[in-house]
Design a protein around this ligand. Structure first.
Ligand SMILES: [Fe+2]
Ligand SMILES: [Fe+2]
Length: 135
């Protein structure tokens, strides 16, 4: 799996969100490298837990901003967050229980989701926030 690189299309124009997206991208890359390099299960499990934890915190930040500024697409955006979170929480739980998890498929899905979501509806949110004076 190639590394995801930060590029202009991923910027949503709000500093705190760009920073958080950068950390998520780094975590996803570490996970891809770990899986491709055959990292031990406990290391992979730790990375997935970090991904779950940080994703949750990032979603909370976005959702707090949506609420604070009355973003019109809030419910639809939150539903997309919930769907992704459910996928990675399931994978993390399965790994904890020692059940087989197809990691490459899971990480591939999350990476694709991350790029599409960030360049899509996160960008719409960023533009809205810019209009409210948040940068
Ligand atoms: Fe985001
Ligand atoms: Fe989002």
């Amino acid at each position: 799996m190639t590394q995801l690189k930060w590029n202009h299309a991923l910027s949503v124009g709000v500093r705190i969100l760009d920073q958080q997206h950068g950390v998520l991208l780094d975590t996803l890359n570490q996970l891809s490298v770990g899986i491709a390099g055959g990292a031990p299960a406990n290391e992979v499990r730790e990375l997935i837990e970090r991904l779950v934890d940080y994703t949750q915190r990032h979603f909370q930040s976005e959702e707090a901003l949506m609420e604070q500024y009355g973003f019109p697409g809030r419910l639809e955006h939150q539903a997309e967050h919930q769907r992704l979170l459910a996928q990675i929480v399931d994978a993390a739980r399965a790994m904890q229980l020692g059940e087989p998890v197809h990691l490459r498929t899971m990480v591939g899905y999350v990476r694709q989701w991350f790029v599409t979501h960030t360049e899509g509806i996160d960008r719409v949110l960023g533009e809205w926030l810019n209009q409210q004076g948040v940068e």
